[in-house]
Design a protein around this ligand. Structure first.
Ligand code: NAI
Length: 493
């Protein structure tokens, strides 16, 4: 009776799309319908031209090609999908609040709440509701309250709801690989009989391709908190190595050598120790701020301050990189052409949310630079939208921190108009066009192809001295120096 044959997922984004595509691929006996209120997104998921999928992930096109219209469907009809499904994943966005109580810190749960209300309104039969979005601890309680209040309101029909927490641990850029072969799947459920039965039903779904011992089941609060904790630990490693990269630059040490030396200690491990211009992505910062907010809410200020430092250090790293560019270019970039290689927050994704590139560009624009961008997967409209969004949504901490972090006087950032942004930022179709006549190149994303360019040709077309600021430490420093570049990396003393 527990066998699930019909799944709905609300939210066809970077998580909902790939996770459901893989569930459908691996479970041909389950009909999977992914719904979204954004009709363009759904149209793109349904496009016969697989290069138009709204999410770029290596291998995703093949998974979609295999399952789509067999047992995987994308639709805007949220109500029908809810009505027909036995199990409903909530996979909508949970961004940082930009207004009111908890502004700039707390997760905005309005989209999740809307989903719960819609499920409550539409459902006439029992449903298992799965939290796939990353949520603050105890959100399941809020969802349950909303679901249960509707059953009171509908006499005669009394569907029963179970709420599960099933956070997603995929990393963008390797989503399909991570989903095919996850380190673990985490499922948290309520402790009563219904809760246990619901957990078993979801375990059954994953067991179609994930070994049982990698499917962990926990209490629901532990599961919710584990996702925030995982992201906090991951981001903390990056901020830790980035903090030391600053010291490396002062002392003549090389951060990559230090990272390798400590990473061979099995207690530390080699992964996630790459110094860079700073982490981006939609999750790390948002989830840590959310964790910090929770700690403050529960009156744990020391714990809150500890984790907040991870985000502050990341802001510092982005400023430090920008400041190095300005300092090196003789203390001004006004009217100078800075070429950006990369805009995505990491390689192998078209996602740009919270990308370091946005912040570095903004700060260079404050100093009146001209920016010329090339990214293999990010279109110009996205780049302009990111910069425009930042003008309206600077985090308060960011504004206050700026002058002290830079260690020099600077004005509070000016708000740039769309017109100014379009005058100063140019997006190119090739790296050669972006770097032509540039005073400096800044590498913001670690795309593999950046290593293989004709760097002699780039050098020849640049202004001299030709500076390269490698924010990802991916280029061959010796080779570039031989050509004549002045190259600066992160943590290269
Ligand atoms: P996204 O913004 O790419 O996708 C969310 C989608 O939900 C959007 O297409 C939006 O139109 C849709 N939506 C919002 N409200 C809706 C409603 N009421 N009905 C139907 N559709 C609705 O977000 P993304 O990146 O997929 O993240 C979703 C959640 O997963 C977030 O909580 C995030 O923290 C979490 N997560 C994200 C990861 C990532 O790598 N992006 C990894 C792990 C978790």
């Amino acid at each position: 009776p527990n066998k699930v044959t019909n799944i709905a997922c609300i939210g066809a984004g970077y998580v909902g799309g790939p996770t459901m595509a893989v569930i459908a691929q691996k479970c041909p006996h389950i009909k999977v319908t992914v719904v979204d209120i954004n009709p363009e997104r759904i149209a793109d998921w349904n496009d016969t031209d697989l290069s138009k999928l709204p999410v770029y992930e290596p291998g995703l096109d093949q998974v979609v090609a295999e399952a789509r219209d067999r047992n995987l469907f994308f639709s805007t009809d949220v109500e029908s999908a809810i009505r027909e499904a036995q199990m409903i994943f909530i996979s909508v966005n949970t961004p940082t609040k930009t207004y009111g109580v908890g502004k700039g810190m707390a997760a905005d749960l309005k989209y999740v709440e809307l989903c719960a209300r819609q499920i409550a309104e539409v459902a006439t039969e029992d449903k298992i509701v799965v939290e796939k979005s990353t949520l603050p601890v105890r959100t399941a309680q809020a969802i349950r309250t909303i679901l249960d209040s509707s059953t009171d309101a509908m006499p005669g029909v009394s569907p029963r709801f179970s709420v599960l927490s099933n956070p997603e641990f995929l990393a963008e850029g390797t989503a399909v690989k991570d989903l095919h072969n996850p380190d673990r799947v985490l499922i948290g459920g309520e402790e009563d009989e219904d809760g246990q039965r619901a957990m078993e039903a979801l375990v059954e779904v994953y067991a179609n391709w994930v070994p049982r011992e990698r499917i962990l089941t926990t209490r629901i609060w532990s599961s919710e908190l584990s996702k925030l904790t995982a992201n906090a630990f991951l981001a903390q490693r990056i901020s830790s190595i980035n903090a030391l990269s600053a010291l490396c630059e002062k002392t003549g040490a090389d951060v990559d050598e230090v990272a390798h030396a400590i990473g061979t200690d099995t207690r530390i491990g080699p992964k996630f120790l790459k110094a860079s211009v700073g982490f981006g992505g939609s999750c790390f910062q948002k989830d840590i701020l959310n964790l910090v907010y929770l700690c403050r809410h529960f009156n744990l200020p020391e714990v809150a301050d500890y984790w907040e430092q991870v985000v502050k250090l990341n802001d510092y790293q982005k400023h430090r990189f920008t400041k190095q560019i300005i300092d090196t270019l003789f203390n001004t970039v006004s009217g100078k052409k800075i070429a950006f290689l990369g805009w995505a927050f990491k390689k192998d994704t078209n996602d740009t949310r919270e990308s370091a590139a946005i912040y570095v560009a903004d700060e260079l624009l404050q100093d009146h630079a001209e920016i010329h961008v090339y990214d293999p997967k990010v279109p110009a409209v996205r780049i302009y939208a990111d910069l425009e969004y930042l003008q309206a949504h600077r985090r308060p901490q960011f504004v206050i921190a700026t002058p002290t972090i830079r260690g020099m006087q600077s004005d509070a950032p000016a708000t740039l108009s769309s017109q100014e942004i379009r005058q100063l930022v140019h997006v190119h179709k090739t790296p050669y066009a972006a770097t032509e006549k540039a005073h400096a190149i800044a590498v913001l994303t670690e795309w593999n192809e950046f290593r293989t360019y004709d760097w002699q040709k780039i050098y020849d077309a640049m202004r001299k001295p030709a500076f390269v600021f490698d924010g990802r430490n991916i280029l061959d420093r010796e080779e570039l120096k031989k050509i004549g570049f002045e190259i600066k990396g992160i943590g290269k003393g």
